[in-house]
Design a protein around this ligand. Structure first.
Ligand code: ADP
Length: 171
C-alpha cells in the first residue's frame, strides 16, 4: 500500500528563508482566472526551476480577503479591492512556491503594482493595464510569506516532496 509520508525532509510550513527551501505565497487573481491565464502564470515559476509545494482553487470569503490584505485597511482602494477579490464571479488559484531566493525573485517576476509601470517580461507587464486587476499576488517579504502561507494553507495541504530535477537546477 502507498504511504502518505512525504519523501523530502520536513520543511516548516513557512519555509526556510535564505536557503533553497525558502517559500513564498502567490495567488492568481480573479481577473487572470477569468482570462484563462492560470497556466501561463504558474508555468513561469515551473520553468524557472522552482518547486510548487501547494496549490488550490478557492472562492475566497470576504473575511479571508480582509485578513490577507489587513495592512491595507486604511487605503482608499481597500473596499474595491475586497469586492473584486471576493466577488465570487471567479475563484483565485492560491499556490506556494519553494526555492532559492523565491521571495525576491517572485516579486521581480511579477513586476511592480501598476502593470503600466511593469517591464515587459514580467507577469504584470505582459498581462494587464489596470492597477487593481493586476493578475497576481506575491508575498512582499519574509514576514508577508510567513503570515500568508499559513493563512491560506493548512500543514496537510502542503506537499513536502522531493524534486529529483533539483540536482539539475541547484549546483
Ligand atoms: P502589491 O500587490 O504589488 O504588493 P499592494 O500590496 O500595495 O501591491 O496592493 C495590493 C493590491 O491592491 C494590488 O495588487 C492591487 O490589486 C490593489 N491596489 C493597489 N493600489 C491600488 C490603487 N491605487 N487602486 C486600486 N487598486 C490598488
Amino acid at each position: 500500500s502507498f504511504s502518505t509520508m512525504s519523501a523530502a525532509a520536513d520543511v516548516p510550513v513557512a519555509g526556510l528563508p535564505g536557503t533553497n527551501q525558502e517559500r513564498s505565497f502567490f495567488m492568481v487573481k480573479p481577473d487572470a482566472v477569468q482570462r484563462g491565464l492560470v497556466s501561463e502564470i504558474i508555468g513561469r515559476f515551473e520553468k524557472r526551476g522552482y518547486k510548487i509545494v501547494a496549490m488550490k482553487m478557492v472562492t475566497p470569503s470576504r473575511e479571508l480577503i480582509e485578513a490577507h490584505y489587513d495592512d491595507l485597511r486604511s487605503r482608499p482602494f481597500f473596499e474595491g479591492l475586497c469586492k473584486y477579490m471576493s466577488s465570487g464571479e471567479a475563484p483565485v488559484v492560491a499556490f506556494v512556491v519553494e526555492g532559492k531566493g523565491i521571495i525576491k525573485v517572485g516579486r521581480d517576476m511579477i513586476g511592480v503594482t501598476d502593470p503600466l509601470k511593469s517591464a515587459p517580461g514580467t507577469i504584470r507587464g505582459d498581462t494587464g493595464v489596470s492597477i487593481g486587476m493586476n493578475s497576481i499576488h506575491g508575498s512582499d517579504g519574509v514576514e508577508g510569506a510567513a503570515s500568508e502561507i499559513p493563512l491560506w494553507f493548512s500543514q496537510d495541504e502542503i506537499a513536502n516532496w522531493n524534486k529529483t530535477a533539483d540536482k539539475w537546477i541547484y549546483e
